[in-house]
Design a protein around this ligand. Sequence first.
Ligand SMILES: Cc1cc2nc3c(=O)[nH]c(=O)nc-3n(C[C@H](O)[C@H](O)[C@H](O)COP(=O)(O)O)c2cc1C
Length: 215
Amino acid sequence: MDVFQAITQRRSVRSFNSKPVEFEKITKLLDSASHAPSAGDLKDYKFIVVTDKALLSEVAECAQEQYWIRQAPVLIVVVSDFHHTKELYKERGERLYSVQSCAAATQNILLTAHSLGLAGCWVGAFDENKLNTLLSISGERRPQVIIPIGYTDEGAAENKEPELETMVYFNSYGSKVKNMNLLTKEYSKEIEKITEQGSSLFERLSEKVAGFFKK
Ligand SMILES: Cc1cc2nc3c(=O)[nH]c(=O)nc-3n(C[C@H](O)[C@H](O)[C@H](O)COP(=O)(O)O)c2cc1C
């Protein structure tokens, strides 16, 4: 599976079967996370792997009644360890860079999981204080994401249509380009669009003409 396939096929999964996750695969997830970019290459992300059933259940309790998390055989909790990032980059380091590097690590985990036939979900809604106590996180550290990982019986996701037109601007924020197909040199799409418009126009015209003669 190439990277683009993993990116476009990945989806959030919130139901897992009882099949355990192989240790080698967990190691691969962590390895992929450790290759994520980080400001100044400080690698300010840490990972707590939770496999103990009782503890896992307590972590799920912290996640605002998202009890489906309990079904997962493994959780990876991504923690930002921002002491050095803050020292070097001040407020921006603490509040932005450390969050961003954890987000990059999280996405690496989710994409690698998908490529290994595993399923997962990014869980950001949880009670931080409770989770800190439960997992002994203190000092200049913050839990950023809980990632439940496991196997699922859910089928493949439907292909989502790209929504580039609503997201991309050129040269300045808000400068909308109506004809994205031409700009991205997707001429065949544009021709298809024009042909479709043309044929529906033709159909409407024929209906009108037929209606005229009926009268
Ligand atoms: C910052 C962030 C926080 C999220 N928190 C949760 C969460 O607490 N629970 C959950 O079920 N999904 C959570 N998600 C997953 C999103 O709901 C999901 O990515 C989105 O609906 C798009 O679906 P997809 O991942 O299948 O493309 C979170 C995603 C992000 C990026």
